[in-house]
Ligand binder design. Structure first.
Ligand SMILES: CC(C)(COP(=O)(O)OP(=O)(O)OC[C@H]1O[C@@H](n2cnc3c(N)ncnc32)[C@H](O)[C@@H]1OP(=O)(O)O)[C@@H](O)C(=O)NCCC(=O)NCCS
Length: 177
């Protein structure tokens, strides 16, 4: 079984809103050499009917013990963005804070957005990933995604090909659930 929220006490996943912009932008800048701009996030959150962004907030197992006031909002430690376009679920981006990786948060975000896609009747999922991004490819492979091609020089800084991956039919395998 892939690790899930049960392994991460204090993790809450919800739909992002414009109130989350500051934290999303900050996380994005830490995670990518070519980060999405604030305007790009705004467009996803308010101007794109196809787009859905989920965020994971982590309070820690005992936030008060960690010295944080109880009324402080838990920090955003990850997000995922996908478009539901008719029968397709198109993954646009995913990131988890470096100090919170390999704890199942990326998997949980992926699982939740796939569940939503499935509930909307999407049949397949598509994504692009840097050829050198072994960790993201490994994550997608665990969900059953396979490579179906490449897109030359798709990424900048550094210039790099994209690996194209898909999952069809769109299902959550038993090992994931
Ligand atoms: C890709 C990313 C979102 C994964 O998030 P995560 O929370 O660490 O993922 P999970 O803990 O759910 O990992 C699930 C599985 O994916 C694979 N995986 C994840 N990171 C890996 C790594 N660094 N090396 C090898 N396998 C890895 C493993 O199979 C892992 O399961 P395991 O920990 O039981 O071995 C995270 O590494 C990240 O934010 N990277 C920077 C941004 C990025 O590259 N985004 C992808 C854009 S396409």
């Amino acid at each position: 079984m892939i690790k899930g929220v049960d392994d991460i006490a204090g993790l809450v996943i919800s739909q992002a809103s414009l109130e989350d912009l500051d934290e999303l932008e900050a996380l994005e800048r830490r995670a990518f050499s070519v980060p999405w701009s604030r305007k790009a996030f705004e467009a996803e959150l308010s101007g794109n009917e196809f787009s859905l962004i989920l965020i994971a907030r982590y309070a820690g197992a005992s936030p008060h013990v960690a010295g944080k006031p109880l009324n402080e909002r838990p920090r955003v430690v990850g997000y995922i963005c996908a478009w539901t376009v008719f029968e397709e679920l198109r993954f646009m981006n995913i990131a988890v804070e470096a100090d919170m990786r390999r704890r199942g948060i990326g998997s949980e975000l992926l699982k939740k957005i796939m569940e939503i896609g499935i509930s909307h009747g999407t049949q397949r999922a598509l994504l692009e990933v840097r050829k050198s991004n072994d960790s993201a490819q490994a994550l997608y492979a665990r969900f059953g995604f396979t490579s179906y091609g490449a897109r030359r020089d798709y990424y900048t800084n550094p210039t790099e090909d994209a690996m194209l991956m898909s999952l069809e039919p769109l299902t959550l395998s038993r090992t994931i659930i």
